[in-house]
Write a protein that binds this ligand. Sequence first.
Ligand SMILES: [Zn+2]
Length: 93
Amino acid sequence: MCVGCRKRAEAADLVRVAVRQDDNTPQLVVDVARTVPGRGAWLHPRRDCVTAAVRRKAFPSALRAPGLTVDPDDLAEAIGEITEEDGRSGRNR
Ligand SMILES: [Zn+2]
């Protein structure tokens, strides 16, 4: 399920994000290879879903990382780079 729009979707259509502890500060990472251990959250590689997920604080709760702060611009940018590399999704401009 996408943590942004909360619709069901195939894993192939979603990107995984996970948390990495960096000096005891949780950092959100976009898990391209889907190999980051621990909890992950899934969302569409779309700005709408990123913004919605950040606004409802979906990441700290889905990832059990209460101190996690997410900048929607940074995240959208990180995801945007991935989907451009990938070349098969996220081209809805
Ligand atoms: Zn979505």
